[in-house]
Design a protein around this ligand. Sequence first.
Ligand code: UDX
Length: 456
Amino acid sequence: TMDSQPETTARRHQRIIMFPVPFQGHINPMFQLANLLYSKGFSITILHTNFNAPKTSNYPHFTFKSILDNGHENERFSQSSLADFAQNFLFKQDAAEAFRDELELLLASVQDEQVSCLITDALWHFTQSVADSLNLPRLVLRTGSLYSTIVYSSIPLLDDRGYFKLDDSHLEEQVSEFPLLKVKDVKKIGIKSSKDPLAQLLGDMMKQIKASSGIIWNSFKELEETELERVPDDFPIPRFLITFPKYFTASSSSLLEQDQTIFPWLDQQPTKSVVYISFGSLSQVEEKEFLEIAHGLVYSKQTFLWVVRPEFVKGSTWVELLPDGFPGERGRVVEWAPQQEVLAHEATGAFWTHSGWNSTLESVCEGVPMICSSVLADQALNARYMSDVSRVAVYLENGLQREEIASAIRRIMVDEEGKEIRERARVLKQIADVSAMKGGSSNKSMESLIDYISSL
Ligand code: UDX
């Protein structure tokens, strides 16, 4: 690191305890942040569940401690255990007691060191009261965008105004509180009323963010400038916006094995000639949608690299539904890819994404224009933002139909119409680069986070 030696050594006696939510899209940014803090001299302890446990061998420099679900050994991704997990831990208050016991033991066992703070995923709302009771400052990592956080904080208001109950004849109408959004975007969050378990969870998350000692977003000021001015007044805590993918790749914390055999193939493809397609770690599609995607890819006449995760198609194990002869000469289908490295490859010309925030930001950081789909949660908000504010994407907002898919891909890849989008994506990457350099906004935010934690 660029730190002077004495400073780094002094900090090595300052330990940070980090607690990610065990889903891929939450683990990745927490580990990127952990790497960043380690590189600045802090010692790192990662608390994790056995469910989706991290590959500790990739991080010999961290200390690991498994907590909460001791007993179920290494359950890997499967939709049902995921649901069980959420039921058991995210929606239950009594996890707080178990967490408190673990943390107390841990604090007692730390010798010759000072524990500076706890950093948890914002969804672990119950950790705030535990941290308070132990007099330990808690910072939160919010793995979504600043924009989606602001929209989420307005869920009670949107519910009061009846948006979640509007019927399908209103889907195209604008939401007056968020002029950027259509009714269908907020309905896609997946909430029917503020009494829903999900709404309660997000409400608790917001409340305990406000009670925390600070919030960290994986983003950068220039990307969400207008949103920064809209952060509600009842968010009086220190805020940090740091572009993690500019410092560390998300690939080292992948739970699934990433197919490395694609690189010799990518190396043979012309510059910006390949469409990369992935819908993240959780999203699923129906059989019919799956086939529309496959046909859309063929219709587009572009070369493609398609990540079809096992269990991506509801009711199927993998790709058994694909037509004979697919993907043919033009394409490759893999189970899981080293995504950030694929996006950084010069053969990659576009990214068709489900608009998870990590994927979105990785694409922005590599200057790759996007075709955005959305399935649930914050994805429609991200897609809308990329297409209408940053204007580096085409939003496939009316579902998955082969003709529309093919035309969106052609627009982003080859058509004159898409030229400005491609150019803006290139420029936005440069802005992200500058932001992460000395004196840039992301870098300054990181320095102030380091100073802040050191002062706790
Ligand atoms: C989800 C939400 O969609 C996201 O908005 C939220 O903030 C976190 O949880 P997920 O749906 O998995 O996550 O998508 P995303 O946020 O894009 O994260 C996926 C991660 O997996 C990315 O870091 C991506 O690089 C990685 N990935 C994806 C791979 O390593 N290989 C792949 O083939 C596909």
